[in-house]
Design a protein around this ligand. Structure first.
Ligand code: ADE
Ligand code: ZN
Length: 362
């Protein structure tokens, strides 16, 4: 776990995960199994991994550079690794197995409720029917709750580096799986993922408004350290009326953006380990205390654990606790924030508040 063991205190906390990409939870063992099952070679740029050991070794390479911002161009990016992983996902059962494997991991970490992002376009553009993806996840949503006690309500993501019209078409295709209006109830929100470089949230304003009119919640990634990050946050808060921001840590640089978040009660879903990959400890972690001091609501999450050194929500919380010098009371408050910020039904929220209140912490 990136050098920091999970303490009994962090392990004991009931958890709510609001920022995780389901495709970023595809563990190497399952990836290997699905590759065999579907007879698909595992390739990454020019390299084919012919043995499980070679595949495993590939995960020790950390892809945290941004070629478009001056980083190396000769090595693959994190998003290339992430989308390469998707290639073994083909059938409804594959998507079911992916989600069930994640829910099993949730149970081990005491994650009680999760709002996973899913990228339908990452699969339909490979020729996979949307129904295979969505019916696999829908079955897992049901079975994950029954078998592992992990309840979930999912978030459709537009791939922001694809044409807006493609995202809108994808949204139309998945709408029958949404919550409300007689839909299947898989997802209750839409978000914006993939490469944010020169792809501001305002490009998707009409798409967000459509989702809102359909009764769905709206959230957007505003990546940490991205070009134009402050403008992306400004658009999200003031032009789109977003309900949550995924990342958004650069808000601290601008008083008017902090004021906007506080005034409109917009919370941040932070993933400290993701930023720690390219930010010094003494630059990054004091920001958590600054957010607390300035009254910005946030919670701790994991993003893409499998492609980020196998650091999951518990590892991210441990980093916030340890490097951020947060107290046990403050860590418990961050879990409470996640319950407050989530869009679960009241009975689910209540059950997690009750479990949190019953914790015996000295
Ligand atoms: N999609 C999946 N993981 C992502 C990330 N870390 N940032 C942006 N888009 C993503
Ligand atoms: Zn993310």
């Amino acid at each position: 776990m990136n050098g920091l063991p999970i303490s009994p205190f962090i392990a004991s906390l009931p958890k709510v995960e609001l920022h995780i990409h389901i495709e970023g939870t595809l563990r190497p063992a399952l990836r290997w199994k699905l590759a065999q099952r579907n007879n698909i070679p595992i390739r990454f740029r020019d390299t084919e991994y012919k043995t499980y050991e070679e595949l495993l070794a590939s995960y020790s390479v950390i892809y945290n550079h941004r070629p478009e911002l001056g980083g190396r161009k000769d090595v693959p990016t994190f998003l290339e690794a992430y989308f390469a992983g998707c290639e073994v996902l083909v059938t409804e059962d594959d998507f079911y197995d992916l989600a069930m494997d994640y829910f099993a991991r949730c149970q081990e970490m005491r994650v009680r409720y999760v709002e996973p992002f899913f990228d339908i376009q990452a699969h339909t553009r490979r020729g996979i029917p949307a129904e295979a993806v969505l019916n696999g996840y829908l079955r897992a949503q049901h079975d994950g709750a029954a078998k592992y006690g992990v309840r979930s309500s999912w978030i459709f993501c537009f791939l922001r580096d694809e044409p807006v019209e493609d995202g809108e078409a994808a949204y139309k295709a998945v709408l029958p799986w949404a919550k409300g209006n007689g839909g299947h109830g898989l997802f209750h929100a839409v978000g914006l993922a993939s490469n944010a470089y020169e792809r501001p949230p305002s490009l998707f304003k009409a798409a967000f408004m459509r989702a809102k009119a359909d009764g769905l919640h709206i959230t957007t990634h505003c990546d940490f350290g991205q070009k134009d990050t402050h403008e992306h946050i400004r658009q999200a808060i003031f032009d789109i009326g977003i309900e949550r921001i995924d990342h958004g840590l650069d808000v601290l640089d601008r008083d008017e953006l902090v004021a906007g978040l506080v005034e409109k009660s917009i919370g941040l879903t932070l993933c400290p380990h993701a930023y720690h990959r390219r930010t010094a400890t003494d630059v990054l972690f004091p920001k958590l205390r600054q957010l607390l001091d300035r009254g910005v609501q946030f919670c701790i999450n994991s993003d893409d654990p499998v492609y980020m050194s196998d650091v999951w929500i518990d590892g991210n919380m441990e980093k916030a606790y340890h490097y951020g010098n947060l107290s046990k009371t403050e860590m418990i408050q961050l879990v409470r924030n996640a319950i407050d910020m989530c869009w679960a039904d009241a009975d689910i929220k209540t059950s997690i508040y009750v479990e949190l209140d019953a914790l015996d912490v000295e």
